[in-house]
Design a protein around this ligand. Structure first.
Ligand code: MCN
Ligand code: CUN
Length: 795
């Protein structure tokens, strides 16, 4: 069989999509735009019951008694579960992602407002909610620990007295860098600038709240769980370990997810309770939280009290950075990060600069607040690290009377220094930092903006220009260094070609809005020349996808994207062998062009991938050792993280009468290596920039002195809208990762990580005439106004 017709490689598919990388509309939009997505709360399982959770009204109290008799008497109630029920099943406590334990339902004490106290399972969700009011809980109030800075006071109440012998609220001490060397550098420096700052507690607040449906089949012993989660395979293993159900009898399905942003990484008590509810009633049980529950009880982010110090020469060479952090982890240490890193990747706080020494110390403490941590597009605490170093560089510029852009250009790592090993042990893979910053300055018209600012200052108008430069490390593993609860961070991927050349790609990662169904099809399309519309991307079902650690820390493209590329390359290599067999030539005689192997010097002799796939499934005699069919499966263990970076410039105007900040312009130059789909990358950047404006100007999950959460609704916890966001101005540079098979670096969190310091630096720059050196986020009108009056801010 030979092919006679030679078709030149096309760059667009029959549907008009790019073959390989390029802009294309998302494949998933066909269902989302028509309202045909299937989110958790859309799912109805036959016979399903509904659950609601009773939560603690107070931050810290001993539980004296729980009377459930009236709730149980409610005609539509099927079960009422309390801590005592769970204790009898040995399920009252579950492991957290940080090797702590968390109460599934409170047994002895409640430790934060909103903590789970009881669950009602009823025939409909209204009855379940009604019955909550029939449960009578007697609390004996205890003094709460609200301010992390007082958590280690000798007279502070001990929150975690569930652990025998615990006498304080200390969780961990952790350090990185070389303290002695840093101290030397600081002692010898001309200039040292010190600043305390708070990265306030914020919340990912996805549009869809968290929820689950658990169905335990009493006959087969099989547990099916539909849940909003970013890491279905890791969840399955954890359910198996916690509930003692054999792992092969558990199936976790993540339907369409309405935003995760880190909020859907962990397992919440409600998930375990739905499983228990299903075991007790023999029916499927659905539990979906409301907005207040989401904001008050699920994984918060940040809450880092940081004291930064930066040392430099008089002429502006940065020598070192030291940081002391007090980390508020709430009542249970449930932060999600690789096990070896209790402060996540915070020790990348040396940022994008060539330093002589660096040192940080992080102390984690318990407080009477919701557990969690890290979540919200954070790259495992790189958000806090970038904020710290970029604020410190601006403070240094202020001290030296230097231009903040010039100071950065003078100290940024130079392209020839890569791969660069940082003073806290990271190996940055590749970068051209000055190029990115110069490009951002060019788009902004930096010199012109400074001129405009001078003129405005003369007129008494407040305009500020803020810069931030960031480096992220994303794409965890390698598995030997990184794990979640002992599960190494590598990801599987399976690519299967059907006889007609259409393909299925099975992934362990889980899209929550990032467009994986499109971009992963494009990655395979890039390698095999198959139109992206002919590649079906399957994920979110543990029974139908290979094992892997899921989507967070912008790891999908760096890890599973690499796995998909390698799988496609293996298919391509196999196709070469089969083509050679079909054409009776040597593989060395064959050359690849988009989607096709052909004979060197005779392009009309060749086989497209679709033709090879038919041959591989057909009757052609395959060479010795070559199996039929055209499949590949890969487990990709990344050799290193990838290091995306970017330069951001924010321009603000501040109303001197009200303190209102208007973000007038925002320029973002990002480098994530080649862009699989530039449109999706820009969408990721736009979303992250909006997040950054939100955090910098309006968001905080705040608590009063009794530990009452005052950020539990969208009336108090504000989301930025198009009204608060400018028309984003984006640019790119492309520095491929040397170790990713396609050079790709992650992008999903870059803008959330990089933008808050740019906004804050701009506001502080605007307030220069008032002599304001620093003000903590959120820079609400009230907080800005108070900073202008030299008064302490409200927190
Ligand atoms: N991409 C690309 N070219 C690159 C890099 C990425 O085209 N060089 C594409 C990817 O293929 C993918 C998207 O951009 O479609 C994001 O890729 P990646 O950086 O790999 O990040 P993940 O897919 O792993 O997504 C996780 C990241 C995280 S951790 C948070 S938090 C966050 C974020 O993504 N949550 C999001 N972006 C989000 N976007 C939406 N809409 N919803 C969320 O919940
Ligand atoms: Cu930190 S939020 Mo994302 O890594 O899922």
């Amino acid at each position: 069989m030979t092919s006679t017709q030679h078709t030149a490689p096309s760059t667009t598919s029959p549907a008009g999509n790019p073959i390989g990388f390029g802009r294309m509309l998302r494949k998933e939009d066909a269902r989302f735009l028509r309202g045909q997505g299937h989110y958790l709360d859309d799912l109805v399982v036959p016979g399903m019951l509904h659950a609601a959770i009773l939560r603690s009204p107070v931050a810290h109290a001993r539980i004296v008694s729980i009377d459930t008799s009236q709730a149980e008497a409610h005609p539509k109630v099927r079960a009422v579960i309390t801590g005592a029920t769970l204790e009898s099943l040995n399920l009252a406590w579950m492991p957290t992602l940080s090797a702590d334990v968390q109460a599934v339902l409170a047994t002895d004490k409640v430790r934060f407002q909103g903590q789970e106290v009881a669950m009602v399972v009823a025939e409909d969700k209204y009855s379940a909610r009604d019955a909550l009011e029939l449960i009578d809980v007697e609390y004996d109030d205890l003094p709460p620990v609200v301010d992390a800075r007082k958590a280690l006071d000798p007279d502070a109440p001990v929150i975690r007295d569930d652990v025998e012998g615990r006498t304080d609220n200390h969780i961990f001490d952790w350090e990185a860098g070389d303290k002695a060397r840093a101290d030397e550098v600081f002692a010898a420096a001309d200039v040292v600038v010190t600043q305390e700052m708070l990265y306030p507690r914020v919340h990912p607040a996805p549009m869809e709240t968290c929820g689950t449906i658990a169905s335990m089949d009493r006959v087969t012993g099989r547990l099916t769980v539909w849940s909003t989660n970013q890491a279905p395979h890791a969840h399955r293993t954890i359910y198996a370990l916690v509930a003692g159900i054999p792992e092969h009898n558990i199936q976790i399905i993540s339907p369409d997810i309405g935003g995760g942003f880190g909020n859907k990484v962990g397992i919440y008590p409600g998930y375990v309770l739905a499983v228990v509810g299903s075991i007790l009633t023999g029916k499927p049980v659905k539990w979906v939280e409301d907005r207040g529950e989401n904001l008050m009880s699920t994984s918060f982010a940040r809450d880092y009290h940081m004291k930064g110090e930066i040392a430099a020469t008089r002429d502006g060479r940065i020598l070192g950075v030291r940081v002391d952090v007090l980390a508020d982890h709430g009542a249970f240490n449930g932060t999600a990060q690789p096990t070896k890193f209790p402060a996540g990747f915070f020790h990348i706080f040396t940022g994008s600069y060539d330093l002589e020494a660096a040192y940080c110390k992080v102390t984690g403490v318990y407080t009477n607040k919701a557990p969690g941590g890290v979540a919200y597009a954070c790259s495992f605490r790189i958000t806090e690290a970038v904020y710290l170093v970029e604020r410190m560089v601006d403070l240094l510029a202020d001290e030296l009377g230097a231009d903040p852009a010039e100071l950065r250009l003078k100290n940024l790592l130079r392209p020839e220094q890569f791969p660069y090993v940082s003073k806290t042990g990271w190996e940055y893979d590749s970068g051209d930092y000055p190029r990115a910053l110069k490009k951002a300055m060019e788009i902004a018209g930096y010199d012109e903006l400074r001129r405009e600012q001078r003129e405005k200052r003369e007129r008494g108008e407040l305009m500020g220009i803020g810069i931030s430069f960031f480096t992220e490390g994303v794409g965890a593993g390698p598995r030997k260094h990184m794990d979640i609860l002992g599960l190494g961070m590598a990801d599987g991927c399976e690519l299967r070609l059907h006889p007609t050349g259409k393909a299925q790609l099975r992934l362990s990662v889980q899209t929550q809005g990032q467009g994986h169904e499109t971009t992963f099809a494009q990655i395979v399309s890039h390698e095999l020349g198959i139109p992206p519309e002919d590649i079906d991307v399957i994920h979110g079902d543990t029974s139908n996808t290979p094992f892997g650690l899921g989507t967070y820390g912008s790891r999908s493209t760096p890890v599973s994207g690499a796995a998909a590329a390698v799988a496609a390359q293996r298919v391509r290599d196999k196709a070469r062998v089969i083509t050679a067999a079909a054409l009776e030539c040597s593989t060395d005689d064959l050359e690849w062009e988009q989607g096709r192997w052909y004979v060197k010097g005779d392009p009309s002799q060749g086989k497209t991938i679709a033709e090879v796939s038919m041959l591989a499934h057909g009757t052609l005699e395959l060479p010795e050792g070559v199996e039929g069919h055209l499949d590949a499966s890969v487990v990709y263990d990344p050799p290193n993280l990838t290091y995306p970076f970017g330069a951001y410039i924010c321009v603000v105007d501040v109303d001197s009468g009200t303190g209102q900040v208007t973000v007038r312009r925002f320029i973002a130059v990002d480098d994530c290596g080649p862009r699989v789909n530039p449109m999706i990358v820009e969408g990721q950047v736009h979303g992250g920039l909006a997040d950054g404006v939100g955090m910098a100007l309006m968001q905080v999950i705040a608590f009063d002195e009794d530990g009452n959460c005052v950020g539990g609704s969208f009336m108090d916890y504000l989301l930025p809208t198009s009204m608060e966001c400018p028309s984003w101005e984006t640019g790119e540079t492309v520095t491929p990762s040397p170790h990713h098979p396609l050079g790709l670096k992650g992008i999903g969190e870059s803008a959330t990580v990089g933008s808050p310091p740019a906004v804050v630096n701009a506001v502080i720059d605007a307030l220069e005439p008032y002599g304001v050196r620093h003000a903590d986020m959120p820079l609400t009108p009230a907080n800005v106004w108070m900073a202008m009056q030299g008064r302490p801010m409200r927190t």
